[in-house]
Design a protein around this ligand. Structure first.
Ligand SMILES: C[S@@+](CC[C@H](N)C(=O)[O-])C[C@H]1O[C@@H](n2cnc3c(N)ncnc32)[C@H](O)[C@@H]1O
Length: 227
């Protein structure tokens, strides 16, 4: 990935109007984002949090509203995204890693909570499997992995229908059709979504015993896995 189409550079560009673009280009973005706090177990209070693909910090910002005292590690390939996070989170316990997931040093049993919001679909099947194992290894016992994304393979027979509905959503927000064209160019070049069912199998293989899906609308999914 790093040597061909560079995801970090792509998101440097995307960072300019990121939240507004996500809301209008990604169906259910806000519901999926809110899920990261809405579906936390009541008695769960993490001291250490890892945000994989933090982007401009939308997921971490939600978690900070509940857990301002926790220590956060934010990982992203985009220097611009990391810089947006640095600006808004200067009052909190943060560390930043401007790197690729594939190069990130996952420490053993280091985190109570690992989150990945719309970031792992940039990794292919093999990379996802490897990252799931690393996430499992880096969680403390009883720790949670929360993950939202588009979960359907491009080879699925349901994929054409997904694109049709998704295109309808984007075109309703940007009627001239140019944004949908841009979304599809990005999707072709950078997005490698995987089927939900396969990912559930990979999570089990990685060692997660309890996995559930608190929110789902079609192939837009929020899932929760406990170590
Ligand atoms: C669609 S954004 C999601 C940002 C945020 N989590 C959210 O939910 O709004 C995906 C982010 O993941 C980062 N990313 C994607 N693939 C990555 C990789 N292999 N290594 C590190 N960062 C990656 C991108 O740079 C981008 O900032």
């Amino acid at each position: 990935m790093r040597h061909g189409t560079d995801i970090g550079l792509e998101f440097n560009e995307f960072s300019k109007n990121y939240t507004s673009d996500m809301q209008r280009c990604v169906p259910h973005y806000m519901d999926l984002l809110e899920s990261f706090v809405k579906f936390l177990p009541r008695d769960f209070s993490p001291e250490t949090v890892l945000d994989l693909g933090c982007g401009n910090g939308n997921t971490t910002a939600r978690l900070l509203s509940r857990f301002p005292e926790a220590s956060y590690t934010l990982v992203d390939a985009s220097a611009e995204m990391i810089s947006l996070c640095r600006k808004q989170f200067s009052d909190f316990r943060m560390s930043y890693e401007n790197t690729y997931f594939q190069d990130f040093d996952f420490k053993k049993s280091a985190y109570d909570l690992v989150v990945a919001g719309f970031s792992l679909h940039h990794c292919d099947d093999k990379e996802k499997r490897s990252i799931f194992s690393k996430i499992h290894m880096s969680l403390k016992k009883g720790g949670l992995f929360l993950y939202s994304d588009l979960m359907i393979s491009k080879n699925s027979p349901e994929h054409p229908k997904l694109l049709e509905e998704w295109g309808g959503f984007v075109n309703s927000n940007f009627p001239d059709g140019e944004k949908w064209e841009w979304v599809m160019e990005h999707y072709e070049q950078f997005d490698k979504p995987s089927d939900l069912k396969e990912q559930l199998d990979w999570l089990k293989l990685a060692g997660f015993t309890e996995v559930d899906i608190p929110y789902r609308d079609g192939h837009w999914v929020f899932l929760r896995a406990r170590k």
